[in-house]
Structures are given as structure tokens and as C-alpha cells.
Design a protein around this ligand. Structure first.
Ligand SMILES: O=C(O)CCC(=O)C(=O)O
Ligand SMILES: [Fe+2]
Length: 309
């Protein structure tokens, strides 16, 4: 029974304002808590993170406002390779990686860009999302602290991730799942977003209605309880590669919804040119299980293939 409980309960990490400060007992406690959660399951709730509920509510409201507009108005913000995929993706824009249908949600991305030309085109894509832009900054700070604590947890210098993080291309996604979108698209599956791992070090996600499921280490799907102000952190593909599989990326998916749902997902990403390889964890006894991975190029190619733009 104890085992059963372990596998279906999502661990909670109590955050602390000293997380970004100098090394002390509290920081050590946090790094152990994160390490335990990452080794056990790869995901955890983050409590006492300091982001005001009012900011999160303002972001949900902003997303609702944006998505309630006519499609032509939303299309003024459509994403493409030229926008580094910032902006709007309408319902069904994204094909599924695993079935013949399309993802049953509409999506929007804000974030940092690799190549802002003079004139700052990226401003256009952030204009409808002032509160979300403030949330992005808060989550980027927490993300940096989680990365630093992961380095400590793995007995590596606090600076070990610095070379990857000179100009990070973080993303904040705002997804909207309308009721019935999957059947309107003709999908034959009962989920609105197909199981996948995120292309990031990790993701920090909140949802305002049920739907998210994460794959536990025992191979069973776990329904993530709705906590609109308490984010779930889960590991992405890059930490799995970088730790040579010591930490496993979390497969996740979204069930078809019975109430309108919004999720906010912050993806903590490295600089565009960062190449991730497991060199810190490879020796004669532990051969490399992953080829060097060009994060920026792969991400752009994946999105081009899923979206066709
Ligand atoms: O909506 C969700 O809860 C998950 C979205 C997601 O997995 C993604 O956009 O990568
Ligand atoms: Fe995801």
C-alpha cells in the first residue's frame, strides 16, 4: 500500500525566498527536496512560490479575453517561423505527433526571442498579454533558481548551467481547450493534447480546470488536481539528456474537457544555440545514452513540422 501511495501522490516542494540567495541550510533542504522529487517521479507541486494569486488570475482573465475575440482578430497575431513561433495557433493548427488528428486547443506563446531585429517586432505579440509578460518574468526567476538548486542537488558547481543561459529563449504558453473541440475536429481519441515531453529543462504549469495527466514512474497516468495558483513543475527532455537519463522527462497529456479550460505553461529554455549533451555524467562505467542535441534548431524544426508554417 505504501508503494501505491508513493506512486499516485504528487510531491510538494515548499519554496523559500532564500532559494536565490547565498548557500545555506534552507537552500540545501530545497535542493534535496527537488532532487528527491526528480529522482522519484520527475514532477512536483511548488508551494509558497511568492507569485500573487491576483497575478495568476489576471493572466487567466487576459487569456479568456483574447480567446473570446472573433477568429480574424486573433489571426492578426498568428505565429510562424518568422515570429520564432510567438503568437497565436488556432484550434487544430497543430497536428498530433502520435495520431492522425490534430490537437484540440488554441494556443498562444509569448517569450524571449533569439533574434530581435531593430524595431522590436516581438512587442506586437506581447501587447495583448501585459499580465502574462509579468508572470513570465517571475517564472523565469524561479526557473533560474530551480536550475541552480538542481546543480547543487547533483553535486555540481552552481555555475554549471551558465554557458547555456546567456540568452535564454523561455516561453510562456497560454492554451485554451474549448468543450467539444476534439469531436468538432473529427478526432478519434479522447484527449485534447497528445502525450509528449516538453522541449525545455522543465515546465512550470498551472491550470484552471481539470484535464492534465502526467505519467507516473509505474506507467500509470495520474490526474493532476486543479490548483490554479500552485504550479506543477515537471522535467523536460533537456534535463533528461543532460543527466544521461538520471532524471526522466515527464510524459503528459490533456484529456478531453467537460468545462472550458485554460493552462499556463512556462518552459524554461536555454539560449537558441545551446547544445545539450550528458558530458557531466559520462565515464567508462556510464557510456553516453544521448547524442549532442541542438536545442534551438530542433525546436524550430519540430514546430515547423507540427504547424506547417
Ligand atoms: O494544457 C496543458 O495542461 C498542457 C499543455 C502542454 O503540454 C504544452 O503546451 O506543452
Ligand atoms: Fe507539454
Amino acid at each position: 500500500m505504501a508503494n501505491n501511495q508513493l506512486l499516485t501522490t504528487i510531491p510538494v516542494v515548499e519554496w523559500s525566498v532564500t532559494a536565490g540567495g547565498p548557500a545555506d541550510d534552507e537552500k540545501w533542504r530545497l535542493s534535496r527536496a527537488i532532487h528527491a522529487a526528480c529522482e522519484q517521479s520527475g514532477f512536483f507541486f511548488l508551494r509558497n512560490h511568492g507569485i500573487p494569486p491576483s497575478l495568476l488570475e489576471a493572466v487567466y482573465a487576459e487569456a479568456r479575453r483574447f480567446y473570446s475575440q472573433p477568429l480574424d482578430d486573433k489571426r492578426r497575431f498568428s505565429c510562424s517561423a518568422d515570429t520564432e513561433y510567438l503568437g497565436y495557433r488556432e484550434v487544430g493548427a497543430e497536428r498530433s505527433l502520435t495520431h492522425s488528428g490534430r490537437e484540440a486547443c488554441e494556443q498562444y506563446r509569448i517569450g524571449y526571442v533569439a533574434d530581435p531585429p531593430a524595431g522590436g517586432w516581438a512587442g506586437h505579440y506581447h501587447r495583448p498579454f501585459g499580465a502574462a509578460t509579468r508572470l513570465l518574468e517571475r517564472l523565469a526567476t524561479i526557473g533560474n533558481e530551480i536550475l541552480l538548486l538542481s546543480a547543487l542537488a547533483l553535486n555540481l558547481p552552481a555555475t554549471v548551467f551558465d554557458p547555456f543561459m546567456e540568452k535564454p529563449v523561455h516561453r510562456l504558453g497560454l492554451n485554451h481547450y474549448p468543450v467539444g473541440a476534439g469531436s468538432a475536429l473529427g478526432n478519434r481519441v479522447h484527449y485534447s493534447m497528445t502525450s509528449h515531453v516538453d522541449h525545455a529543462f522543465f515546465t512550470i504549469l498551472t491550470q484552471n480546470a481539470p484535464g492534465l495527466e502526467v505519467l507516473g514512474s509505474d506507467g500509470r497516468w495520474i490526474d493532476v488536481p486543479v490548483r490554479p495558483h500552485e504550479p506543477l513543475v515537471f522535467l523536460g527532455d533537456y534535463l533528461e539528456r543532460w543527466t544521461n537519463g538520471g532524471y526522466r522527462a515527464t510524459y503528459h497529456r490533456v484529456r478531453d474537457v467537460s468545462t472550458d479550460r485554460i493552462s499556463l505553461q512556462f518552459k524554461h529554455r536555454p539560449s537558441y544555440g545551446a547544445i545539450i549533451e550528458p558530458s557531466q555524467f559520462v565515464d567508462d562505467d556510464h557510456p553516453s545514452r544521448y547524442e549532442p542535441f541542438d536545442t534551438g534548431r530542433q525546436y524550430a524544426e519540430l514546430l515547423r513540422s507540427l504547424l506547417g508554417v
